[in-house]
Design a binder for this molecule. Structure first.
Ligand code: SF4
Length: 169
């Protein structure tokens, strides 16, 4: 149950914890717009699990490229100029899970918005930023109370947790 909770929190991680500071410090990669043929995409049947971080999650699709398995996340709603930080971290979590499950590290993952598809490199720096974030989440989970870390009204408007959040803008 703990890991399920962590996974759910992980999906919310950016909404709760990511700030401009996180982006500057971690050097989050932007995404490169790509054309992507969906024919090789396979729906993920079961959640992926990592016993070390106790993270679990299910990317929308997995796609094979030679020896590599790449996670794909599909997002509805507005198509941004570049992927949102929260979506990058979510994809990074899936990259980590794919590496644990399949034994090969994906060199990138894919985020598909309605009008654009981005390739996001899974760099060592991004992985480190993810691990730092998971550590923060665990600490915050123990504290039980997590405060808003930004002043971005648009972020709250688009947040899937706004209905239970009492600090929304
Ligand atoms: S509504 Fe705003 S403050 Fe609350 S979790 Fe979402 S982004 Fe964070």
């Amino acid at each position: 149950m703990l890991y399920l909770a962590l996974a759910l929190v992980a999906l919310a991680l950016a909404f709760l914890l990511i700030s401009g500071r996180a982006r500057r410090d971690s050097g989050l990669p932007g995404g490169e717009v790509i054309y992507e043929d969906m024919s090789g995409w396979e729906k993920t049947e079961k959640p992926l699990y990592d016993p070390i971080t106790q993270l679990t999650g299910r990317p929308d699709y997995l796609v094979r490229r030679g020896n590599l398995v790449l996670p794909v996340e599909v997002k509805s709603g507005r198509t941004p100029e570049s992927p949102y930080d929260s979506h990058i971290f979510q994809l990074a979590a899936y990259c980590l899970l794919v590496e644990r499950e399949y034994g090969e590290r994906p060199n990138h993952g894919i985020i598909r918005y309605e009008r654009r598809t981005f390739s996001v490199p899974y760099t060592d720096e991004l992985e480190e930023a993810l691990i730092d974030l998971l550590t923060e989440i665990r600490q915050d989970d123990r504290r039980k109370i997590v405060h808003r870390s930004h002043q971005d009204v648009a972020r709250c408007r688009g947040c899937g947790y706004a209905y239970i959040c009492d600090e929304g803008l």
